[in-house]
Design a protein around this ligand. Structure first.
Ligand code: DC
Length: 218
């Protein structure tokens, strides 16, 4: 069974999905992290698309959720920190817009959710990847709130990026993610919208957990 949480960058979907998974003892899948690993490969290929697609086939991306942390590997190397740099953030929307990359990541995700109960976060999970998901949420928040959250995450990792830079990056990603032709960021008709601008983290986690609990129990 899969529950999906989609929304724009910084809407809080990833940290919320992780907390929901921890509280309900189910699996968490961070689809954005998989696009970020693909972006690492793209940067290693020095943005040469032909070489990138070759390397994407040759390299192995794998992941698991353990002790509340989503860990991603490129071959045998844990790249969970490397995928969060500004350089990766600046190129990830470009890479995620490539249909070849989207089908590669979609296959990885479908294989993973064959077993177990999952909560996954992304952009197009409720519309393109898992249209039959058991429950769909769409999280939104205003741009400044989203940028403040992302900035706090970056600062905790020692980055000196400014609020202005982060706001620009998020606004640019919103634009690319929503206007790309391959599976754009879009709210599914049957998704429950949650505006997190004025909600505490605890509140947003509880709203989602309360809706999932009856499904797990049945
Ligand atoms: O959630 P995130 O910021 O780590 O996601 C990184 C990028 O990946 C984001 O800019 C858009 C892309 N993405 C996507 O296109 N589809 C998804 N299901 C998840 C992420």
């Amino acid at each position: 069974m899969i529950v999906v949480i989609d929304g724009p960058a910084g809407s809080g979907k990833s940290s919320t999905a992780r907390a929901v998974a921890g509280r309900l003892e189910i699996q968490f899948l961070d689809s954005g992290a998989l696009y970020r690993v693909a972006t690492l490969i793209y940067l290693k290929a020095e943005k040469n698309k032909e070489l990138f697609f070759e390397l994407l086939k040759e390299n192995k991306i794998s992941f698991h959720f353990q002790d509340g942390t989503f860990i991603v590997y490129l071959n045998d190397t844990n790249v969970s920190d490397e995928i969060r740099t500004m350089e990766v953030s600046e190129h990830v929307s470009e890479v995620a817009a490539m249909p070849e990359v989207r089908s590669y990541v979609n296959i990885l995700m479908h294989k993973a959710v064959e077993k177990n109960v999952y909560v996954a976060d992304g952009r197009d999970l409720g519309t393109a990847v898992f249209p039959d998901a058991a429950l769909k949420f769409f999280m939104v928040a205003d741009l400044e709130t989203r940028a403040q959250r992302r900035l706090a995450e970056l600062q905790a990792k020692g980055s000196t990026a400014s609020l202005e830079e982060v706001m620009k990056n998020i606004a640019a990603r919103d634009e690319i993610d929503s206007s790309r032709s391959a599976d754009p960021l879009k709210q599914a008709d049957d998704a429950i919208e949650i505006d997190t601008s004025a909600l505490s983290f605890e509140e947003q986690v509880s709203i989602i957990c309360d809706q999932i609990k009856p499904l797990i129990a049945s």
